[in-house]
Design a protein around this ligand. Structure first.
Ligand SMILES: [Zn+2]
Length: 86
């Protein structure tokens, strides 16, 4: 995906959530995919990697399964993660 607004992307799992996770400041929204809360688990790179590791180990379960696209592809979604948060 190009021109992805980083403020809409989950730094943990790459899910493009709406509404915005951040507007300058984190809005404390819960990611529908990995269930992480913007501004809690995603403010430090180490924490982001750790949380992502746990989530993938738990077979990358969806926090809100109804948000899961039918053709969901974990690896494709991970590509959305801004490079500085990988
Ligand atoms: Zn997420």
């Amino acid at each position: 995906m190009e021109n992805l607004d980083e403020d809409c992307v989950c730094r943990i799992c790459g899910f493009v959530d709406s509404p915005f996770r951040m507007r300058g400041l984190p809005l404390n929204t819960i990611c529908g995919c990995c269930g992480s809360e913007a501004g809690i688990e995603d403010t430090m790179l180490e924490g982001v990697r750790e949380t992502r590791g746990y989530w993938v180990c738990r077979s990358s379960e969806w926090f809100r399964p109804s948000d899961k696209p039918e053709d969901w592809d974990l690896l494709k979604q991970l590509e959305n993660i801004p490079p500085e948060w990988r």
